[in-house]
Design a protein around this ligand. Structure first.
Ligand code: GRF
Length: 220
């Protein structure tokens, strides 16, 4: 990566509400960066409309056009690198990425996941949180490493699971928190305030309170 790298590229597959939160944060100045492009593997992703409305270039790299994951990932890298972004953001991007892709963007690839990782990696997190009887659920922004939904945690938000919660009510409360913590975590990155020490993300050289919130057995 050269010193000319700047801005972010966002990868989506679907609804795009986190993308919209990022667009809003850039617009209000809360997030001091440019969104260079939005790329979707799904040509029908509703979130593409948010990008187009905001005048952000969009691209489709349809995984179904490729016979192997590595080919798809190489095509994705080519599209992303044309913009020379400082940071690549997964925002509801529903494809597993190859090790080569992850290595190519090492420590400049972020993801948001709807659980308090390491609890509930993978899909259907809200249903699994309800089934498990967890007292708390939430969302996590993390650096992407080789293991799925893993990697050093930048920020987490916790919501209490309420009696009477359904998947829909719990998901809605978590999503609201996602829209709050993702732009903020991105801002910390673009302001150069994040570092890693012994596998842990530090903010301004220190641990901060919005990490390590997955202690379901404890009260806050
Ligand atoms: C979010 O819950 C995010 O945490 C997960 O996928 C969902 C995407 O939602 N990775 P949206 O497309 O941003 O609305």
């Amino acid at each position: 990566m050269s010193a000319t790298h700047a801005g972010v590229v966002v990868l989506i597959s679907g609804r795009g509400s986190n993308l919209q939160a990022i667009i809003n944060a850039v617009r209000t100045g809360e997030l001091p960066t440019d969104i260079k492009a939005v790329i979707s593997n799904n040509p029908n992703a509703p979130g593409l409309t948010y990008a187009r409305t905001a005048g952000i270039p969009t691209h489709i790299v349809d995984h179904r056009d490729f016979s192997a994951r590595e080919q798809f990932d190489r095509a994705l890298i080519k599209k992303i690198d044309a913009y020379q972004p400082r940071l690549v953001l997964l925002a509801g991007f529903m494809r597993l990425l190859s090790a080569d892709f992850i290595d190519h963007y090492a420590m400049r690839l972020l993801n948001i996941h709807p659980s308090l990782l390491p609890d509930f990696p993978g899909l259907n997190t809200h249903a699994r949180a309800l089934q498990s009887g967890a007292k708390y659920h939430g969302a996590t922004v993390h650096f992407v490493t080789h293991e799925m939904d893993s990697g050093p945690v930048i920020a987490q938000a916790r919501v209490a699971v309420e009696s009477g919660d359904t998947v829909a009510t719990l998901a809605a409360r978590v999503l609201k928190e996602e829209h709050r913590i993702y732009p903020r975590a991105i801002r910390w990155f673009v302001e150069g305030r994040l570092s890693i020490y012994k596998g842990q993300v530090l903010l301004d050289g220190k641990q901060h309170p919005e990490q390590g919130l997955n202690r379901n057995s404890h009260d806050p």
